[in-house]
Design a protein around this ligand. Structure first.
Ligand code: G6P
Length: 499
């Protein structure tokens, strides 16, 4: 059975019923910004936010998130609410305001300079700073207050997203043990040796064990989490049920691989003007009828962008017959640029691009074209269709939804995906050309294999990958988690403690 919006709607009705449904994340699903005098609204470049928006459109409810856009305050009501999407509202966004100091300490600091590098094997050393940790705690408490306010004493399901809120479940449960709290950790969970270096590792584990249900993309990350609990804190682990009992309360730890809205993307891929738009981009970028490779990523050091560009460089060295015949387009916005490592990473990408283009480029041809900008899904569709090859070469990635988007977008059944074996997606998309992004020689050869793959094989691989993404779509992901919510619902009486 292929899950669709209606199935999810029925699951929400039967499982959530009259409970309030609240999603919590740092990144908001819609950002309002000033462009001159005008206010614009766009989804942000966040796989997490883009994946959960279709779920909220079906389930309704409240999404609590940091209001980070410069025009966000202009559009909210007196309760800091705004209905979204603006053109066809389906749910309420409750914006939480953070001071500069809070954003520094909690978002740039502990979340992205400590937990992000700690969780990804990308050889970037985490920075643990006591002051940032204190602010991280404070911001988790701030979000808890907002959620309790939104619940207003009613029963509810609170679904927390990601590593910005490791302490939030425990804080919520201490005040409202009757509500259901689940969390999805969208990034990998490291092995215990790695995790132990965090000076506040035990507090983080305890915070997460406030959840009734804690979800990761893959079983391996669940196992890493259970190992960390086992070796670091007082708790009983039930491996049969995949749960942890601590202080008389049980937390289930389960894998749910996230996905995309296959039907929507597939329909966008059938737009009648798509071929015309592809031709326009070819003209604008001077691509003529060359073979095209694309990469679409936030500029983040886990994405393996330099490794991919180095592979492109080596590809031209090894296979000079492709000079002038293949162009690689690297697209996507700058990210977290306030952090030094991200600045250096951006410089490294620019440097490789300049060197490669100098070495091989001629007249009207550049081997690498960089466009550091955000492209919304409709704009991305044109590039997905333009590509002979889409390259996802993350050094480590919880899932990676660009890989699944590319597959869903290719309703013409063509195109080759080169995919890093270190992504969660590689476990499902086994018909991609799998690569180790560190192995530059093999990677360069994989580009050749992809470009020379016979049409029949390309189509067979793409058909199989499309079947996987169609079946394991975002509605199935959400439906399965919501059904699991119900199974693990706490049965304690409501607390009479004041908020
Ligand atoms: C990852 C995280 C998301 C985050 C996204 C973009 O996908 O799991 O929570 O929103 O990166 O990062 P940013 O820091 O810009 O929100």
């Amino acid at each position: 059975m292929v899950w669709n919006k209606k199935d999810l709607q029925e699951t929400v009705l039967s499982k959530i019923g009259s409970h309030k449904f609240i999603i919590v994340s740092n990144r908001e699903p819609y950002v309002h910004t000033f462009q001159g005098e005008e206010i614009h609204c766009e989804p942000p470049p966040s796989g997490m936010a883009i994946a959960l928006d279709p779920v909220m459109k079906v389930s309704g409810g409240i999404w609590v998130a940091h209001g980070a856009g410069d025009a966000d305050r202009e559009v909210v009501d007196s309760s800091d609410h705004v209905k979204v999407p603006p053109d066809n509202p389906h749910y309420t966004l409750r914006r939480v305001w953070l001071t500069k100091e809070e954003e520094e300490g909690y978002y740039y600091g502990f979340s992205n300079e400590a937990l992000w590098p700690l969780s990804h094997i990308a050889y970037s050393r985490p920075i643990f700073n006591e002051a940032q940790w204190q602010i991280y705690k404070r911001v988790n408490e701030k979000f808890a207050q907002v959620i309790l306010e939104e619940l207003n004493g009613d029963t509810g399901f609170v679904f927390i997203q990601d590593y910005h809120f490791a302490l939030l479940p425990r804080i919520l449960k201490e005040i409202r043990p009757d509500i259901m709290v689940a969390q999805f950790w969208h990034i990998p969970w490291p092995n215990p040796e790695v995790f132990k270096v965090c000076p506040w590792a035990e507090e983080i584990l305890d915070g997460l064990l406030g959840n009734d249900l804690l979800c990761f993309h893959i079983l391996y990350h669940c196992q890493n989490f259970l190992e960390a609990v086992d070796s670091m804190i007082e708790a009983k682990i039930d491996r049969e049920k995949s749960s942890v009992i601590r202080g008389g309360r049980e937390t289930f730890v389960k894998p749910f691989p996230i996905s995309v809205d296959f039907e929507e993307i597939n329909t966008l891929g059938q737009a009648s003007d798509l071929d015309e738009k592809v031709k326009k981009i070819r003209r604008e970028l001077g691509l003529k009828d060359r073979l095209i490779g694309i990469g679409i990523d936030r500029v983040d050091y886990i994405k393996g962008i330099p490794d991919r560009l180095r592979a492109v460089d080596l590809f031209f060295e090894k296979y000079p017959e492709y000079l002038g015949k293949f162009t690689f387009l690297q697209l996507g916005p700058l990210s977290r640029i306030h952090i030094q490592k991200y600045k250096e990473y951006n410089d490294e990408i620019n440097h490789i691009m300049v060197e490669t283009n100098l070495k091989y480029g001629f007249k009207d041809w550049k081997p690498i074209v960089l466009r550091k900008a955000y492209f919304n899904l409709k704009e991305e569709m044109v590039y997905y269709r333009l590509a002979n090859v889409c390259v996802v070469s993350s050094l480590h990635d919880g899932m990676n939804l660009v890989a699944k988007e590319f597959v869903a977008a290719r309703s013409d059944g063509d195109g080759v995906l080169i995919l890093s074996q270190f992504t969660g997606s590689a476990r499902e998309l086994t018909d991609a050309v799998l690569v180790n992004p560190y192995a530059t020689d093999d990677f360069a050869h994989a580009l050749k294999t992809a470009l020379e793959m016979p049409a029949e094989e390309r189509k067979t691989r793409m058909r199989k990958m499309r079947e996987v993404v169609q079946e394991n779509n975002i509605y199935k992901w959400a439906g399965k988690i919501i059904s699991e919510f119900k199974k693990v619902e706490p049965r304690q009486p409501a607390s009479s403690r004041p908020v």
